[in-house]
Design a protein around this ligand. Structure first.
Ligand code: HEC
Ligand code: HEC
Ligand code: HEC
Ligand code: HEC
Ligand code: HEC
Ligand code: HEC
Ligand code: HEC
Ligand code: HEC
Length: 343
């Protein structure tokens, strides 16, 4: 048999299996629909399998095995952490270890931090889960907010009382589906007590919409910052745009201050020309330039030297958004190096 015929047969065979797979319609994916855009990295997934058609389900996320279900329930729910850009979720159904159907879903996580992912591919669309009546989900989940969800959060009452952390989760109707949203180490105040409605408007259309610009919601509680920053002479680009969540997660994140990246990596993400780790002294005092990381900050004891050691990430009255009240370079240098000379 010639190679050509052999491959045609293989191809035909593949088409046949896929076709019968489709004809059987083993999977019903309740969520997500295909080719949707998400703004935040946690995605709830829900699916069912036609009874008796499969004994095992494997879920792959971005080509990596993610989950294996040996016991298939009527409704199977889980959540995944998306990567910026296009994510592929594959559902594979097996019977007696043979593949009987595979279905894929593509989900695009938009990111303001990564140029290539600011804009989504042309055939993707936003999807508003809560703007539709979700009758199937309502069979087991409470879909409407409870009184506890509406309890206001006051910033002053929380700053020193960490016992409030997560105490509200059992009362929150959002918890059963969105529990993974607080899975990173640094959790934001109102999210930590499941006060989701302090930011997501229950009555808006689409439901739970975030008011824009975001600064409006952030400054509802961080009033002191509004007073402090908005009257300054120089405001940082992203702050002027009202996009606090370019840098901060409103829910939870891997790094202190709920930052999506470590401070230095975050700054260099946009100011990539400063990514050498050397800066300021470039071609004058020292050929090597001034360090911007991997040293101790002489003023903020116990913290690393980073871009924020010299620049305020939000706003400043001083040139180049200096973090100290200094009008010129020399005074800035003195802040850290004077101390050394005195020793
Ligand atoms: C037959 C009952 C049932 C139905 C119907 C149901 N769920 Fe669930 N779901 C559950 C249970 C039980 C949990 C686990 C809850 C817990 O641990 O608090 C869960 C958890 C979840 C989770 C969180 C999973 C995780 O591990 O992070 C999501 C997301 C979810 N459901 C979405 C949905 C959606 C969307 C629908 C409607 C299409 C739906 N569910 C319908 C029973 C159901
Ligand atoms: C039945 C499970 C379920 C419950 C209960 C639930 N959600 Fe969701 N929610 C989802 C799913 C599924 C999505 C779409 C996928 C995703 O973003 O994870 C979603 C999406 C969202 C979105 C994005 C906008 C949208 O409509 O797609 C917001 C905001 C949100 N939920 C907030 C809440 C809040 C606040 C509560 C509690 C009052 C809540 N959800 C309760 C399952 C649930
Ligand atoms: C401090 C304000 C704030 C709080 C509190 C908050 N969120 Fe959000 N949430 C946001 C912002 C901002 C976004 C980004 C969405 C946007 O820009 O449209 C977002 C996005 C989301 C999304 C994804 C929307 C998408 O398109 O991917 C979900 C789901 C969500 N929030 C659920 C919750 C849940 C559940 C809680 C309670 C634990 C909660 N949020 C608490 C501000 C908040
Ligand atoms: C409902 C009130 C509320 C809203 C709205 C709110 N915050 Fe917060 N925020 C808090 C509380 C409470 C804390 C924890 C108390 C503290 O450490 O000051 C906090 C802490 C923070 C911190 C961490 C401070 C630290 O020292 O670790 C950051 C960053 C932050 N918020 C950013 C934001 C951003 C960005 C928004 C808008 C998307 C926002 N907040 C909206 C109440 C709020
Ligand atoms: C360009 C990234 C970036 C943007 C945009 C940004 N922040 Fe920050 N923010 C940071 C960094 C970095 C820190 C930690 C600073 C440090 O190391 O001293 C921080 C710290 C904070 C803190 C806690 C420390 C403090 O200064 O009190 C709060 C609260 C905060 N930001 C709120 C906001 C709000 C509200 C907005 C929108 C108006 C915003 N941030 C926009 C990067 C950013
Ligand atoms: C999302 C992209 C983004 C991130 C992240 C970012 N910046 Fe910026 N930054 C900008 C933009 C845009 C401007 C305004 C540029 C202009 O006006 O030329 C700016 C301006 C500045 C300036 C003012 C320059 C001058 O001469 O006045 C400084 C200083 C600065 N950023 C420092 C930082 C630091 C420190 C961080 C990390 C905490 C950071 N940036 C993170 C986008 C970003
Ligand atoms: C030791 C203090 C110090 C550190 C650390 C530092 N800077 Fe600067 N930065 C300065 C000074 C001083 C200037 C003004 C330089 C000049 O006028 O030549 C400046 C200027 C800038 C400017 C505007 C001029 C330009 O070169 O484009 C930006 C943007 C900037 N810094 C970003 C950053 C970022 C991002 C980091 C971290 C990678 C950082 N800086 C770390 C002191 C510092
Ligand atoms: C926020 C504190 C801070 C400020 C402000 C600051 N420095 Fe530094 N500087 C440091 C630290 C930390 C080191 C590293 C010391 C070490 O290696 O132990 C350093 C190192 C240096 C070095 C040695 C460089 C090398 O490669 O070892 C020079 C030269 C220097 N600084 C000059 C300056 C000048 C000039 C300014 C003002 C434009 C300035 N510094 C502002 C903290 C600062």
């Amino acid at each position: 048999m010639s190679i050509k015929i052999f491959f045609s047969l293989v191809l035909l065979f593949t088409v046949l299996i896929t076709d019968t797979g489709h004809a059987q319609n083993i999977f019903t994916i309740h969520y997500p629909p295909d080719k949707i855009i998400k703004e935040y990295g946690l995605l709830g997934v829900s699916f069912s399998v036609k009874e008796g058609t499969a004994d095992k389900v494997i879920i792959k996320v971005n080509n990596e095995p993610f989950k294996k279900l040996d016991e298939i329930k009527n409704i199977n729910d889980f959540s995944i952490n998306l990567e910026p850009g296009t994510n592929t979720i594959e559902f594979l159904a097996l019977k007696d270890d043979a593949l009987v159907e595979s279905v894929s879903r593509f989900v695009f996580l938009r990111s303001d931090l990564i140029g290539a992912y600011k804009q989504w591919p042309p055939d993707y669309r936003k999807d508003n889960f809560h703007s539709r009546k979700q009758e199937l989900c309502a069979e087991c989940h409470t879909m409407d907010p409870a009184e506890a969800d509406r309890k206001p959060v006051i910033i002053a009452s929380q700053s020193s009382d960490h016992s409030l952390e997560k105490h509200n989760e059992k009362q929150s109707t959002c918890y059963s589906c969105h529990k993974g949203i607080l899975s990173y180490a640094y959790v934001h105040g109102p999210a930590s007590v499941w006060s989701c409605l302090s930011c997501h408007d229950e009555k808006s259309s689409p439901r739970y919409r975030i008011e824009k610009p975001e600064t409006v919601i952030c400054f509802k509680c961080h009033l002191d910052k509004q007073k402090l920053w908005m009257n300054k002479k120089h405001k940082h680009g992203p702050v002027t745009l009202g996009k606090c969540t370019i840098c901060h997660s409103p829910h939870s994140a891997r790094y202190p201050f709920n930052l999506y990246k470590r401070t230095w990596d975050l700054c260099v993400n946009c100011h990539y020309e400063l990514g050498s780790g050397r800066h300021v002294l470039g071609d004058s005092l020292s050929q090597r330039g001034h360090p911007t990381k991997d040293k101790e900050d002489p003023i903020r004891i116990g913290r690393e030297l980073t871009c924020a050691s010299c620049h305020d990430p939000h706003a400043s009255d001083f040139p180049h958004m200096f973090a100290y009240e200094v009008d010129n370079l020399f005074d800035l240098c003195q802040k850290c190096h004077q101390k050394k000379m005195d020793q």
